[in-house]
Every structure is written in structure tokens, then in C-alpha cells.
Design a protein around this ligand. Structure first.
Ligand code: ACM
Length: 558
């Protein structure tokens, strides 16, 4: 009896030891590892035991080819021995993406609740592979049961401040998918650049997609680089990117910003402004390059007074733009911005003041609410729903709108209480443009957001009731790119914070543990190196760990 007990203890210890060595992020619901490996080699086949699983097989094969020079044969009928079998299992769980994985001496079986779940199983399998280039790939024996916590698991990218090419957007979508996130909010229009081809309004891209220069250094800027910056995505490119994302179970939500952050559109079509004949304004401290007369695409950062006029011309323009946007993006949600819209121009404009009277609106906030509700009605009529930043609460929320709570959690709490869907994205926890260490050696927007602060973020605010919790459909991190002009800096700001976010959004609260996450990061850093992703090592800096959030850093935009 004693012998059996010690044997059991030994087996248990082995399992615990191996579970600790297996490092999967986000942490699966259940994970048991045991001694032994199954080896993937050139003879291993991928067996598709169910239909519609080709995306998973293709993703795995592309990955194996890229990093190990290996391509596996994909078959639909095959011996379960020595192979990777992809299949389905039935699960009653409201959020798509659950999967089970078994690795033993016979081979690997990944079963998803649907094709999405199988794809996430593949992502976990990828994390079981070696982080060096070898041709026989040992995969530790594991039993995994896993499922996501939140339905909305998002990451945003601002391509308005700095443009990133199609090839890099694909890489960004891969970052999202490989962390088991499912939504990419693509911020496509800004004061500093309009990035989406609209055939009816060619000047949006011929004029609005470029600026003559960009400030150098932190706002207001030491100088101006005088370099033409810009670019845009054609509708053909966008269609391909939407398909690329959908093959990875990522939905792209386009953001077409209104009524603020509209300088680039106004530079292209000045009639969109309340004051078409007045020149674009910028801070007198900002070094400007090129012509200053007339409407210009902005060269500096901040919030600008020249916003869309709420005229029939503008509403027709926006509807025309949306008519071209909708066929490109099948997402249920369309993001219409709504943040940071100064009311200065509307206050000065006789037209706006008359409109406030004619529609019995309280003030300019009421006018913004009228603006958003009118666009919401248009989009609802086309079968879509709007998301707006939390300013859309001011002056009255549009009836079916979802709210993205960015100025803290208050907007999200308020929207949930009003029974509206909420996506939490508060600056304090998920603004990845913020500095991640005191010893930051490059310019950032300011703020202070360590890896641990991201990891410990809880998207369900304490102030809402059990009944209201269901309105918080998930969370998202935002990457604004005022001070991010290249991919190396982008990845430095993103990693490892995105990796921490994935555990916030996917893993159950019980399964999250900061100490074990830190241990897993050692392997994650090896993966970043092997996969050629840049990242910040700030979390390894002992002095950055003890830093309190800085209060003296001015956040220019936010
Ligand atoms: C925002 O950061 N202005 C939504």
C-alpha cells in the first residue's frame, strides 16, 4: 500500500514538473503534461477528419515551413497513428473557440468545438515546438482542455498617424491570431492621414493620405522632418486582408472616425468643414513644413478644432464612404470613432447654432449625439451596428450602439447600466503607446503601463451587477502610433504586453497567476527571438518593477 502511495506521489510529481515545463500562453483551462515526446518529422501527416479545417492545416504548414523548413502532407483519410489529426468535438459553451488536445506516443489529436477551436489548438501546438531550427520536432505529451473567457478579444492599430504596409498588417494579424485574440480594430482615418481608398472621393487618398512632414521628437516637436509621409490601402488590398484575417478567425472592424479627427478628409474636401475658407490651424510651437495656406493634412499630434460640419453635404459624404466600406468588411460592428471632437467650430458656426434650435437640441453635445444617431440609423438600416468611443455617451447614447470605454472604466460602467454592449479599453491598463519602464530610451506618448499592470487587469468592473456583467463582451488594447513609425518600435511597444493581455482575455480568473506567467515569459522571449519579433525587456529590469505610475508625464493627446 505504501509502495502504491509513493508511486502515485511520484507520478503526480512528474506531472506537476512537466506541466511547469510546458509553457502555453494564454494559460489553458486544464493542462496535464507527462514524461515523453511525440516527434513530428517529414513523414508525419496532417489528417483532416472533419470538413472546413484546411485553414488550421495551412497555418501549421506555413509555420513549419517558415521556421523549420518542413511541410507535412495533408490528407483527409489516414491512420491516426503517427499523425496530427484535426477533428471536432461537441461542446455546449456560448463562446466559440474551445478545443481539446491530446499528445501521446501514438500522435496528436486536436479537436475544436468548431473550426475556430481547432485553429486555437494549432496555436497551442505551435507553443509546444522547439525554439531552435531542427527537423525532428519533439512535442511533449500533454492533455489539454481549453476555452476562451471573453467573446471579444481585440487589438487595435492606428495606421493614420503612421502608415504600415499590407505585408506588415498581415504580420500584425498573425500576432493577434497567435495570441488567440479574434478582433482587429483598424483605425483607418485620422487628422494626419486618410488610409482607405474611396472611389467616389479620389482626393481622400490623392490629397488626404499624405502629409508634407512630421514633427520630430515629442509634441510640439523640436523640428519637422520635411518628409512626405503616407500611403493608403486599395479596396483590392483590403479585400485580401479581410480574407487573410478571416482565415485566422480574426474579424476586422474598420474605424471611420467622425465627427472629429477629420483634418485629412477636410484637406481633401474643405466643404466638410464649418469654415471651408479658413486655413488649417496648428500650435504656434509646432514646426511646420511646406504650404500653410488652405486646408492641410496635419503634421503634428493632438486634438484639432476643424471637425466635420453636420451639414447635408457631410452626411451624404459619410453615407457614400460607408457604402464603399461596408462591402469590404463583413463585420457586424463598424467603429465610427466619436472621440475628442472639440465643439469650438460648432459653437462659432451660425449653421450649427440654427441646427441646434431647429432640432430642439440642448447644446453642441446634443448635436454630436444627433450626428452619431443619424449615422447609426443609416448603418442599422444596412444590418450593421456601431461602436463608438465613450464620448458617444455625452448628449445621449444612440439606441443600439456599443461603447468602447477608453477614458477609464466609467463610460463602460455607465453603458452597461444602460444595457449597451461594452468593450473595455481603459488607458490605465491597455494603452500600449504608454511607456513600459522608467528607463524608456525612445519617445512615447507618456503615461506608464507595465507588463504587470496589463496582466493584472480585470475587464469586469466591480461597480456593475452580476446581471450587467453580460454587457461587457470583452476588452481590447490600443496601439496609437504618433511615436511609432517603424515595425521594430511597434513590436517593442506591443510585446510582451500583448502576451499578457491574451491571458486576461482568454484564461479564467482562477487560471491566471503572475508568478507562473513570469516563468513562462522566459520561453516566450525565446519564441520572440526565434520568430524574429522585437520586444521590450523592461519587465526584466528590477528597478522598473518597483516604479509607481508617473504623475508628471504629460499625456498630450489623451
Ligand atoms: C482615444 O484614445 N482618443 C480613443
Amino acid at each position: 500500500m505504501k509502495k502504491i502511495a509513493s508511486l502515485l506521489l511520484f507520478v503526480l510529481c512528474l506531472k506537476i514538473t512537466y506541466s511547469q515545463e510546458v509553457s502555453i500562453i494564454p494559460q489553458p483551462t486544464k493542462l496535464v503534461a507527462s514524461k515523453g515526446n511525440f516527434s513530428i518529422n517529414s513523414k508525419t501527416q496532417i489528417v483532416l477528419a472533419g470538413s472546413g479545417l484546411e485553414n488550421s492545416a495551412n497555418f501549421l504548414n506555413d509555420f513549419l515551413q517558415k521556421f523549420y523548413g518542413l511541410t507535412l502532407k495533408v490528407v483527409t483519410k489516414g491512420d491516426f497513428k503517427n499523425n496530427i489529426v484535426l477533428n471536432y468535438f461537441k461542446m455546449e459553451y456560448p463562446i466559440a473557440g474551445a478545443y481539446n488536445m491530446h499528445v501521446n506516443k501514438d500522435g496528436i489529436i486536436i479537436e475544436g468545438d468548431n473550426a475556430t477551436g481547432t485553429f486555437y489548438g494549432i496555436q497551442s501546438l505551435i507553443q509546444l515546438l522547439p525554439t531552435t531550427k531542427v527537423t525532428t520536432l519533439p512535442v511533449p505529451f500533454v492533455e489539454i482542455e481549453d476555452k476562451p473567457r471573453f467573446a471579444y478579444r481585440g487589438m487595435m492599430l492606428d495606421v493614420g498617424r503612421h502608415f504600415f504596409p499590407v505585408s506588415y498588417i498581415k504580420k500584425y494579424i498573425d500576432f493577434i491570431a497567435m495570441h488567440k485574440l479574434n478582433t482587429f480594430q483598424w483605425h483607418l482615418t485620422e487628422d494626419q492621414g486618410w488610409r482607405i481608398e474611396i472611389k467616389k472621393y479620389p482626393k481622400l487618398t490623392s490629397v488626404g493620405s499624405h502629409r508634407n512632414g512630421t514633427i520630430v521628437g515629442r509634441f510640439p516637436g523640436k523640428s519637422n522632418d520635411g518628409l512626405k509621409e503616407g500611403g493608403f490601402y486599395t479596396q483590392e488590398e483590403i479585400k485580401k486582408l479581410v480574407k487573410y484575417a478571416s482565415d485566422r478567425y480574426v474579424t476586422i472592424i474598420p474605424e471611420i472616425e467622425m465627427p472629429g479627427h477629420a483634418s485629412a478628409a477636410i484637406a481633401a474636401y474643405p466643404q466638410l468643414s464649418c469654415f471651408p475658407d479658413s486655413s488649417t490651424k496648428h500650435s504656434s510651437k509646432t514646426p511646420w513644413f511646406g504650404p500653410e495656406n488652405g486646408k492641410q493634412v496635419q503634421q503634428t499630434w493632438g486634438v484639432f478644432e476643424d471637425v466635420f460640419a453636420p451639414t447635408e453635404y457631410t452626411f451624404h459624404f459619410i453615407e457614400d464612404v460607408l457604402d464603399e466600406v461596408l462591402p469590404l468588411f463583413p463585420s457586424k460592428f463598424i467603429h465610427i470613432g466619436g472621440d475628442e471632437c472639440p465643439k469650438t467650430a460648432w459653437k462659432k458656426s451660425a449653421f450649427c447654432q440654427q441646427m441646434i434650435k431647429d432640432h430642439n437640441l440642448k447644446d453642441e453635445h446634443g448635436l454630436q449625439s444627433y450626428f452619431i444617431q443619424r449615422i447609426e440609423k443609416y448603418l442599422n438600416g444596412k444590418g450593421r451596428q456601431i461602436i463608438g468611443w465613450d464620448e458617444i455617451l455625452e448628449g445621449g447614447l444612440a439606441p443600439n450602439a456599443a461603447v468602447m470605454s477608453w477614458r477609464g472604466e466609467t463610460g463602460g460602467i455607465e453603458a452597461a447600466k444602460q444595457k449597451h454592449k461594452v468593450i473595455m479599453t481603459p488607458t490605465t491598463y491597455v494603452y500600449f503607446d504608454y511607456s513600459q519602464t522608467k528607463h524608456e530610451d525612445s519617445v512615447t506618448i507618456g503615461g506608464y503601463l507595465t507588463l504587470k499592470m496589463v496582466y493584472n487587469y480585470e475587464p469586469i468592473p466591480q461597480q456593475i451587477s452580476k446581471e450587467e456583467e453580460k454587457y461587457v463582451i470583452g476588452a481590447q488594447a490600443n496601439l496609437w502610433t504618433e511615436y511609432i513609425s517603424n515595425s521594430s518600435k511597434l513590436e517593442y511597444m506591443l510585446f510582451p504586453r500583448l502576451t499578457a493581455l491574451s491571458e486576461v482575455l482568454w484564461s479564467s480568473k482562477e487560471n491566471k497567476n503572475w508568478e507562473s506567467f513570469q516563468k513562462k515569459l522566459t520561453t516566450q522571449f525565446k519564441r520572440y527571438d526565434f520568430w524574429n519579433w522585437n520586444y521590450s525587456k523592461a519587465s526584466l529590469d528590477p528597478t522598473s518593477k518597483i516604479m509607481e505610475p508617473q504623475k508628471d508625464l504629460t499625456i498630450v493627446k489623451k
